[in-house]
Design a protein around this ligand. Structure first.
Ligand SMILES: [Zn+2]
Length: 457
């Protein structure tokens, strides 16, 4: 009966032409959903294929029923038609690197901020205690007001090493395996380890323990990923069976960070090994460049939406002219920029070599605003030399392809049968990648998102 009255209501609004009155629909399964047709937009489907102008995208039961040129995809009788002439459709964005600090409420708000900005899939990568894991699993299961989320639970490090305030600090292989099993029991999707350049190299997770973490993760159906700074560590992990790296092998975090490296180019042997093992990088350029981005462009802070998703401390800091001057007038500023340029070159080099590049931001760290930061990361990829189309592929299908079950994602492109996660834009990102911020509407699992309800007042 509920379905019956809903159909009547839809008829009254004039958007659906279907039977109202007469016999009520027998059940929700038996009812014929009419579907929705988004008509007239330029379609960028996330595969990297040629964009389709004047497209039709049919959405039904939460999925893409068909998508293509208007003459190839007829609009079924009775479908709700959305006129999207002059607009561009892209898949919802997939951000592989977020952290959700603070209270559960704060984490929930951070997720909502992402969805507001068209990030329909996110991965929380190493900072989730059990209560946050539970939230991520709720989002994963399909809460309408949160993006689809994957989580790595709490990450692994070593006593005295990077992020060693976190509890997973195994000192033996057995202990490592036990800790991985404890994570798996929480139903997380990934395991994350920090293999960072630290002041004392012996504080890095020892190679044998890394192997135990990788092996036990794979045995338990979890995907192991690692934060790495050095090529030698990446090689060891590839040989152990791990094949996704966060950040880059160009030093960015450790004691030498902030100064350009002598030899930042990945070696050919390393590139070959990466290709052989189908490895991917999620470079997170924002975590570096956002240290000065708002100091260089303080006018960005006039954006009311950005102010609402920005870390309050960072907003205050970058709103202060003296602080901004302190950053960009510092002696080491050109060095920092040059070091960043090396990381961008690294991204371009591995991408051109055929190594998969996915998009991640380190959103949730102080200087990388949730949601907004994903769009800025797109700009930094284009600045690194990827085309806008390549960048959109990184931010959609490539990211999706790394989510478990690996290679079976039902989101990330707008092909038939995929989850209808999409963003309708008022401007074309192929002309200017910053147009991904010209968001008109966001759809998640076939439902338009009530964006205005998502941002905190
Ligand atoms: Zn991170």
């Amino acid at each position: 009966m509920r379905i019956h009255s809903r159909r009547c209501l839809l008829l009254l609004t004039g958007v659906v032409i279907t039977a109202c009155g007469g016999a009520p629909a027998p059940s929700s399964e038996g009812a014929e959903p009419v579907g929705l047709a988004i008509v007239g937009a330029r379609l960028i489907d996330g595969t990297g294929g040629t964009p389709v102008d004047d497209s039709v995208v049919l959405v039904r039961d939460g999925r893409i029923q068909a998508a293509g040129a208007r003459d190839a995809v007829p609009v079924p009788d009775g479908a709700e038609v959305v006129d999207a002439s002059g607009q561009t459709i892209i898949p919802g964005l997939v951000d592989l690197h977020g952290h959700y600090g603070g209270s559960i409420e704060a984490a929930e708000q951070a997720l909502k901020n992402q969805l507001y900005y068209g990030v329909t899939t996110t991965r929380s990568i190493g900072s989730d205690p059990p209560d946050k894991v539970a939230l991520m699993l709720e989002a994963h299961a399909g809460r309408a007001d949160l993006p689809r989320a994957f989580t790595a639970g709490l990450g692994f490090s070593y006593p005295g090493g990077f992020n060693s305030s976190f509890p997973n600090l195994p000192t033996t292989e057995d202990e490592a395996r036990e800790m991985v099993r404890a994570q798996a029991a929480l139903n997380v999707h990934f395991t994350k380890m920090w293999i960072n350049e630290v002041a004392e190299p012996e504080r890095k997770i020892p190679p044998g323990i890394r192997i135990a973490i990788v092996d036990e993760s794979i045995r338990n159906g979890l995907v192991p990923v690692a934060h790495i700074d050095e090529e030698a560590d990446a090689v060891q992990l590839l040989e152990a069976g791990l094949n996704e790296f966060l950040h880059s092998t160009v030093l960015t975090f450790g004691p030498g960070s902030g100064a350009p490296m002598d030899d930042p180019e990945p070696g050919q042997e390393f590139v070959n090994l990466c290709l052989e093992r189908d490895c991917a990088f999620t470079p997170t350029l924002s975590i570096i460049q956002n240290n000065w981005h708002f100091a260089e462009l303080p006018e960005l802070l006039e954006d009311a939406d950005l102010r609402r998703v920005m870390n309050p401390g960072a907003l205050e800091r970058f709103s202060d002219a003296e602080t901004r001057a302190g950053i960009i007038e510092a002696d080491n500023f050109t060095d920092r920029q040059a070091a960043f340029r090396q990381v961008q070159n690294f991204v371009k080099t591995i991408h051109d070599a055929g190594i998969k590049v996915a998009l991640g931001t380190d959103s949730g760290t102080a200087n990388v605003p949730m949601g907004w930061g994903t769009h800025h990361e797109l700009e930094l990829y284009v600045e690194a030399g990827l085309t806008p189309m390549e960048t959109l592929v990184a931010a959609t299908s490539t990211g999706a392809s790394r989510m478990p079950p690996v290679g079976e994602a039902d989101f990330g492109t707008l092909a038939t049968g995929m989850s209808a996660d999409l963003v309708l834009l008022d401007a074309d990102p192929l002309e200017d990648i910053s147009n991904t911020l010209a968001i008109n509407r966001v759809m998640l699992r076939g439902e338009w998102v009530d964006r205005e309800s998502l941002l905190a007042p």
